[in-house]
Design a protein around this ligand. Structure first.
Ligand SMILES: [Zn+2]
Length: 71
């Protein structure tokens, strides 16, 4: 299980996504405007939790959550 955070800023990437990062990502501790998503076994679970909370544009970070990254 890893801790996940979602970036509440969605203007940092071309797709306008809210990117989801896990604790191992170099961006995790750099997020200044984020919501904690809790602990998840994988990025799929974390992204679906984010969507459940209303982040329709949630997407996995290309670096730490590659399998969940859609651009
Ligand atoms: Zn990341």
């Amino acid at each position: 299980m890893k801790n996940y955070r979602i970036n509440k800023n969605n203007n940092t990437n071309p797709g306008g996504h809210n990117e989801v990062h896990n604790q191992d990502c170099r961006y995790y501790n750099q997020l200044t405007n984020y919501e904690y998503l809790g602990q998840h076994p994988n990025c799929y679970s974390a992204v679906s939790e984010a969507k459940r909370r209303g982040y329709e544009r949630a997407d996995g970070c290309a670096i730490c959550s590659g399998p969940c990254n859609n651009g």
